[in-house]
Design a protein around this ligand. Structure first.
Ligand code: MN
Ligand code: MN
Length: 320
């Protein structure tokens, strides 16, 4: 039972600024066997089209995740007591070969999935979510809750290159990893390359909730619709840190003003409680553009929020 689960380093014995940097100060383990939730880094930004640096995300998020404590103050749960969670390290990557990079990421996540654990990853640019979806959607298309300033459903870049962080969800729909009628994108904003940039996604059935609609309706109403659309079938959550306003999360490759506050982001993720999630990620934290660690803190905290939702799901399924 809970006394067998991995526990974070005791902050009363080793202060939170000391010791090895692992996600949430949990033990670093070699395999996901026996875990309910595997925290994993994907240090790869080979799909970046503008400011690079998200390859450095996992290491800095590990560092700042040491600020997380053991209890979620709204749910009143201790995630490490209701689910067995550990840091399984980083997947293997290839920084100079895009196709090999995608293959290695899929392999690394598939290993976690076949061990029976839920992957909660930190990227990496948003293209990393494509190979993750290839690993978690092996038995059929899943739904997607997608927080982002960008739809990431463009077709090609720089000629006919299909794999960039602006295209993962188009590829995932084409590969039938995602059911487009169960995809909701929240927070989309900013200038686009053309007036019809989002038409393809909308034609497939993707629900795009632009930032303007979010501001008009508010988090509770919007998330009620999200839960309705996604339903109880398996779904994946992807959190692009650029959905948060650059005043609160400047360390990212493609910042767009007019974004969510960190408080709105936390509120929305908590409202995902009760869904049937096969995995989640936080992507696009780019420490070279960060200030005072604020983006890595935001990323680590969103990871904590997602981890608590997943831990509650594990606990619920164990009781059932
Ligand atoms: Mn994105
Ligand atoms: Mn984005």
């Amino acid at each position: 039972m809970s006394n067998k689960f991995h526990q974070p380093v005791d902050a009363a014995k080793v202060p939170r600024f000391a010791g090895h940097a692992t996600f949430m100060r949990l033990p670093a383990v070699d395999s996901a066997v026996g875990l309910d939730i595997a925290l994993v880094g994907i240090p790869w930004d080979g799909g970046t089209t503008n400011r690079a640096g998200a390859r450095h995300g996992p290491r800095e998020v590990r560092n700042y995740s040491s600020l997380m404590r053991s209890t979620h103050h709204v749910f009143k749960i201790e995630p490490f007591k209701i689910a067995n969670i550990a840091d399984v390290g980083d997947v293997a990557v290839n920084p100079i070969d895009l196709m090999d990079g995608l293959r290695l990421i899929e392999e690394g996540i598939a290993e976690i999935v076949s061990a029976g654990a839920i992957p909660l990853s930190v990227g990496g640019d948003h293209l990393t979510t494509l190979p993750v979806l290839r690993a978690v959607a092996k038995s059929g298309p899943v739904g997607l809750i997608h927080f982002d300033a960008h739809s990431d459903t463009n077709d090609t870049y720089f000629g006919d290159n299909p794999y960039t962080h602006g295209t993962p969800f188009r590829r995932a729909i084409e590969e039938r990893l995602l059911d487009p009628r169960r995809i909701v994108q929240i927070g989309i904003r900013g200038s686009t390359y053309s007036p019809d940039e989002h038409d393809w996604a909308v034609e497939q059935g993707v629900r795009i909730i632009y930032m303007e609609e979010f501001v008009r309706r508010g988090a509770e109403e919007v998330m009620a619709e999200v839960r309705e659309i996604v339903g109880q079938n398996p779904a994946y959550v992807t959190f692009d840190i650029d959905s948060i306003d650059p005043s609160m999360a400047p360390g990212t490759g493609t910042p767009e003003i007019g974004g969510f506050t960190t408080r709105e982001a936390q509120q929305m993720v908590r409202l995902l409680d009760g869904l049937n999630l096969v995995g989640a990620d936080v992507v696009e934290v780019a420490p070279p553009f960060d200030l005072a660690g604020m983006t890595s803190i935001a990323g680590a905290t969103m990871m904590f929020e997602l981890m608590c939702i997943l831990a509650r799901q594990v606990d619920r399924n164990r009781q059932a």
